[in-house]
Design a protein around this ligand. Sequence first.
Ligand code: ROI
Length: 172
Amino acid sequence: MAPYRCYIGLGANLATPEQAIRSALNALAQHPRISAVQCSSLYQSKPMGPQDQPDYTNAVATLQSELAPLELLDLLQQIENQHGRVRNQHWGPRTLDLDILLLYQNNLPLTIQTPRLSVPHPGLELREFVLIPLAEIAPTLDLPSGNSVQWAAANIAKNGLHIIAHPPITSL
Ligand code: ROI
């Protein structure tokens, strides 16, 4: 089976957010069925949703995976759980959130609509903390709207989004 090219959103705003994101990237880079992990800079962002929660640390990573989409989702949820993720309040704070944003196979975009997984991620084009990091690593990618990532990132309100750290190390 042809491998998947995946784009993953990483977010955290409790405990040690930057450490949680770095540790999740390491877990992905070390997985035997994942290769070519590359990450954007780390960003600080204002919370989308309830405002009575800390600012978030966000990044977007891309990787090549031999895991089927639901296997990748299982892995991401396992990594979230290892970082103390508790699913409680809707749009509430979290120690680590790993979202599948986009999936490609043979350079073709995949659409998945199941109770567990929606790809492309429905909130993708509304989130500056996704588009702007994504534009660092994949500016020419086309979004579901037909716009390029670069165009969408240049045309969304930044809402205070700013870089706080260089891209974490990546893997071959
Ligand atoms: N807000 C920001 N800034 N970053 C996130 O990663 C994030 N994740 C979420 C909600 C609660 C929607 N808000 C967010 O799940």
